[in-house]
Design a protein around this ligand. Structure first.
Ligand SMILES: Cc1cc2nc3c(=O)[nH]c(=O)nc-3n(C[C@H](O)[C@H](O)[C@H](O)COP(=O)(O)O)c2cc1C
Length: 205
């Protein structure tokens, strides 16, 4: 099983709270089952091209590397800071460059950091609908963290650590129970939208 942690904070500060929490959740998952291949990617460390509408298969360099790792993942732990009541721009770009079927049937655990408790519903109102488009299985709930849970960027709050542990347990158990053919549990397909027709549509605008 390949578990991919993906942290979408664009912060140049090495002490990203989001990255720290995603790493912690991935570590918890790995501790449960050492046969899990796990990796955490900090999106801002890569040079990801801005989505320009091309076929995702035509991206190169870091963009291709990231797309390939997402395609190879069996399960993901996705982290983002709240920016203006939603996920960050660099994460939006990742979701724009990946193929439509990149996440079909894959379980995704969600970790969000914000400066205020008021934005915890970002998990339900912003991130889950996006994952719904991709036919991923968003784990119920999610972990929402604020600065009070940290000492600098080190997550110290016991309740927060326990919630990350619960998320890690759920993602490992869920991934183990997804059939090899993920399409079996992915629900009805959306309409086929060929790349060619999208580009024609874009030119008309
Ligand atoms: C441009 C910008 C917009 C933000 N918008 C929100 C917001 O709407 N709600 C919130 O709770 N925090 C907001 N924040 C605070 C960040 O979500 C918070 O500091 C987060 O923990 C930073 O994560 P990081 O350390 O991984 O970069 C914003 C921060 C920035 C830079």
């Amino acid at each position: 099983m390949n578990l991919l942690g993906l942290s979408g904070s664009p912060s140049r500060n090495a002490a990203s709270r989001t990255l720290s929490a995603v790493k912690q959740a991935v570590e918890y998952a790995h501790a449960q089952d050492s046969v899990i291949n796990s990796e955490t990617i900090n999106v801002r460390d890569l040079e990801i091209e801005l989505c320009d509408g091309r076929d995702p298969a035509l991206y190169e360099g870091d963009t291709k590397t990231l797309i390939d790792k997402i395609l190879a993942a069996d399960a993901l732990i996705l982290g983002t800071p709240v920016y203006r009541g939603s996920y960050t721009g660099i994460l939006k770009n990742v979701f724009d460059v990946i193929p439509n079927d990149a996440l079909v049937g894959k379980p995704v655990g969600i970790v969000v950091t914000g400066s205020t408790q008021h934005h915890y519903l970002v998990i339900e109102h912003e991130i889950k609908p996006l994952l719904g488009f991709f036919h991923a299985h968003s784990l119920p709930g999610g972990v929402y963290l604020t600065p009070e849970h940290y000492n600098d960027s080190v997550l110290v709050d016991e309740g927060a650590l326990e919630r990350l542990q619960q998320l890690a347990t759920a993602i490992v158990q869920f991934a183990k129970h997804v059939p090899n053919d993920r399409n079996l549990l992915a629900g009805a397909s959306g309409p086929e939208i060929p790349w060619e027709s999208r580009l024609k549509g874009a030119n008309k605008l």
